[in-house]
Design a protein around this ligand. Sequence first.
Ligand code: HEC
Length: 135
Amino acid sequence: MTHRRTRRYARTAATLAVLALLVPLAAPASAQTDLRILMRQKLELAQRLFGAVVLGRLPAVQRDAAELVRISETAAWMTAPTPEYFTHADEFEQAARDLEAAAAAGDLGEVSSAYMTIVETCVQCHREALPRPAP
Ligand code: HEC
């Protein structure tokens, strides 16, 4: 291999490396992608919470409910929502706060009903906010 060709390869490799670094900068995560990531975290937390609720593991319930509150505060400003969306987001956040409080108070009956309210708020918001699945 001649020197010149080696240099050209080196330059091409360097250019490709720089391009590879720039790709993520050129395509910043959109608010929609961020919202999807948060929603998947919600799903994971809600699934984990199901286990903690049915087993009465209240410290774990309290911890995960607090995390749901935090996520719902972040998610609320990520869309350009309708008034209905805000109402659902509020209901969801309130239900997560109720779950956290019930776990802190050691009230398993309240924990169970607050968890069910959370599931209902997921469904209600999705019923309006998600596109209809194909039949
Ligand atoms: C206030 C409204 C609202 C509430 C409450 C809500 N979601 Fe969502 N969720 C959305 C919207 C809007 C999308 C669509 C996001 C997108 O595709 O841009 C979504 C999408 C999702 C997705 C699909 C994400 C993907 O990968 O495309 C999952 C999973 C999800 N939500 C889980 C949950 C769970 C679990 C709960 C309750 C614990 C919940 N959501 C509560 C509004 C809500």
